[in-house]
Ligand binder design. Structure first.
Ligand SMILES: [Zn+2]
Ligand SMILES: [Zn+2]
Length: 461
């Protein structure tokens, strides 16, 4: 009886090994090659279909003449030192997440940014140069360059040069240099942003937030360099800071020990708060602090709090200058530097950069790197004769190849994916069969032995 039980346990263990271990090993081997390389705009758009995967940017991508919809993302994105140039965002996320004001009132809020909503995501080594987020909405909204909302997400070693403009009519809104509302961390990131927030509804006593790093929440900050040029016209309650508009743990009863350390803040926020019971929070690092639960050290500031008391005219960059003609100078791209146009006002010396161009390499010989099909842009690759870097250029679609109907092509891709799983399934079945046969054989041999033994003892009698 005991032996039977032993055999039974071995059988169960083998079965578990066969059905769990084998797929685990196979998928483990698969995971090492799971990073998806992005070479061009069309590749980048595909992250919307698979937003929890791991991506690596292999080339600078110019967004000129394209309108990018904020993408909700929960995977990892390695910019690999490359830049997305001239990204333009004019819409908000369809999805909402809850944001909280200082009285712990929650709001269903929409978001705008290159990423709309980040959840359990990792973003690193990504450059956003010349990004412009320009949103007009009647809904609660947070807008920022990199992410409108972040939950348990990390941003590390990114670089941002851009402008965010939000014109809004609802009660809860804000503009941030890197992120809007949320929690997680932002480290070693360099953000130089112009931020404009215009409250278009004079009746609502709204909650408004602005920060060179982020608007509100409890995102940890370490080692960031933040340059802010902020313009905030509000008829409710202003919460503005060179780094953070309002530090708040949310929802109610949340406890957390965060940090805001070793950041450099430079710039100014020009604002008005048209309100009879004015509070007008605006300071060099954190505007309003709801929870003093974070470590705060090593931050340096060079910040101007510019409060305006004329509420008749909304505040804009270069708003007080009569001259509207900008003189331009070109800074051409090289192997090491991105190109851009410098816009300068000769009357007041206001200046900004725009029209960024990718790094310029010299490639003598191109080779086909990826074949063009009806659904995938072809790519050529070549080595720069000056710096040796491998660079890629788009070679368009090839509608003569494969299928013209995109839906049909998508079905084909799905089928191919299904087929690629077939060998794994076959391996699992073979191993399970092998183990089962082995166990049955061992069991039968033992049974026969036992019978023989029984026979022998019987015959001896
Ligand atoms: Zn001027
Ligand atoms: Zn080069």
């Amino acid at each position: 009886m005991r032996k039977k039980l032993k055999r039974f346990i071995i059988f169960i263990l083998c079965f578990i090994a066969g059905t769990i271990m084998v797929p685990a090993i196979v998928s483990g081997a698969d995971a090492s090659s799971d990073i998806i390389n992005i070479y061009c705009y069309d590749d980048l758009e595909k992250i919307k279909d698979n937003p929890s995967a791991s991506y690596r940017l292999m080339s600078d991508i110019d967004f000129t003449d394209k309108d990018w919809e904020p993408v909700n993302f929960s995977g990892s994105f390695d910019g690999n030192g490359h830049a997305l140039l001239n990204v333009k965002v004019t819409s908000t996320t369809k999805d909402t997440r809850l944001t909280y004001d200082g009285n712990m009132i929650s709001y269903d809020t929409h978001f705008a940014g290159f990423f709309g909503i980040l959840e359990n995501a990792n973003i690193k080594n990504l450059k956003l140069l010349g990004i412009e987020v320009d949103v007009t909405t009647k809904e609660d909204c947070f807008a920022a360059c990199l992410a409108g909302f972040m939950e348990n997400s990390q941003i590390d070693s990114c670089e941002i040069y851009g402008k965010v403009t939000l014109k809004v009519q609802d009660k809860m809104f804000g503009v941030g240099g890197i992120a809007g509302f949320g929690n997680g961390s932002i480290k070693n990131t360099d953000a130089n942003t112009t931020l404009v927030c215009v409250d278009e509804d004079k009746e609502n006593k709204d909650e408004q937030f602005m920060g060179g790093a982020y608007c509100a929440g409890y995102i940890d900050l370490d080692g960031n360099t933040v340059t802010i040029d902020g313009y905030d016209s509000d008829h409710g309650y202003v919460h503005d800071g060179g780094l953070v508009g309002m530090y708040i743990l949310y929802p109610a009863d949340t406890s957390y020990s965060g940090y805001i350390n070793n950041n450099k803040v430079k710039g100014a926020i020009h604002f008005f708060e048209d309100n009879t019971d004015r509070r007008a929070y605006c300071s060099e690092c954190v505007g309003e602090v709801m929870n003093w639960t974070y470590d705060f050290s090593g931050n340096t500031t060079d910040f101007t709090r510019d409060e305006v008391f004329d509420y008749s005219k909304d505040l804009y960059p270069h708003g007080n200058c009569e001259n509207t003609e900008f003189r331009t100078t070109q800074s051409p791209a090289t192997c090491d530097e991105y190109g851009y146009t410098n816009y300068i006002c000769d009357t007041c010396a206001y200046a900004y950069k725009g029209n960024f161009t990718p790094k310029q390499h010299v490639v003598r010989q191109w080779a086909e790197f990826r074949e063009a099909t009806a659904t995938e842009v072809g790519l050529n690759s070549g080595e720069c004769s000056l710096c040796g870097e491998t660079v890629y250029e788009e070679a368009g679609f090839d509608t003569s190849k494969g299928i013209d109907d995109k839906d049909e092509a998508a079905t084909k891709v799905k089928e191919e994916k299904h087929i690629s799983k077939l060998p794994i399934i076959i391996i699992i079945v073979i191993v399970a069969l092998f183990l089962t046969v082995l166990i049955i054989r061992t069991y039968n041999i033992n049974k026969r032995k036992k019978r023989r033994r029984k026979k022998n003892t019987n015959s001896r009698r």
